[in-house]
Design a protein around this ligand. Sequence first.
Ligand code: E4P
Length: 275
Amino acid sequence: MKIFIDSADIDQIQEAFSWGIVDGITTNPSLIKKSYEKVQASGEKISMHDYICRILENAEDTPVSLEVIGPSEKDMTAQGRFLYETFNRIAGNVVVKIPVNPNLQLGGDHRYDGLKSIRSLAQSGIPVNCTLIFTPEQAWAAAKAGAAYVSPFAGRIDDMLRKRLGGEFSKTDYYPAEGKRDDDGNLVADDNGVYSGVHLVEQCVDIFQAYDLDCEVLAASLRNPRQVRECALVAADVSTIPFAVIRDMVEHPKTVEGMNAFCADVVPEYRDLLP
Ligand code: E4P
């Protein structure tokens, strides 16, 4: 499974790439807002154009998803072409992110505009990451329309199921991949047959494998290392992971305990041998 960093923060991107485990970057308007405002607050004056160039240049030739904001086919396709034509010349690594359904209210008029836009961009050879996927059917449709990646939002499905169950929770809390169940093993929450974020990813993977769809399942909205592990176990092609979660993936108290014990046992002769 490839690992993308889900961030627009240059410091985080540079640091994570230095670990040698990152295969790409995903951004969205919320991540751009957070990181761009951080740079502005530091006193640095940089245009949005130059900031995006900086992200692309720091991606070490790996794919970078940049999202459109228009709520109609016309806007999304024009913005997708603009993003690709303006920025792909910087490092040849732009992927345009298109929402599967850009409606701003349920049942609105733009239900199919995401698919139309994906089709139009893909036919021009522009790689598309279809975002805001919450059902396997959406993923399937996006793949058929020509998306190179589909992004099922695992964490937000878990949030929705937890909200239905009531009670307090933190977004980073682990939610069981097998779904919340009662003592008899019966599911207590699902969303039309999807019982966890990881289950959503798994269903997308199963359909894509069954029908040999030429599109990668990019697990998104991941909140903790165990969720990442479970995405790998269900054979997601990619997981896009926030910086803090990638960092937490290599933490374990027994590793720290082991390091302390090894360091305490070093004899002077061994110490002197090493540079
Ligand atoms: C990435 O492509 C998505 O935009 C992102 O993973 C969403 O994550 P969130 O649900 O934690 O905001």
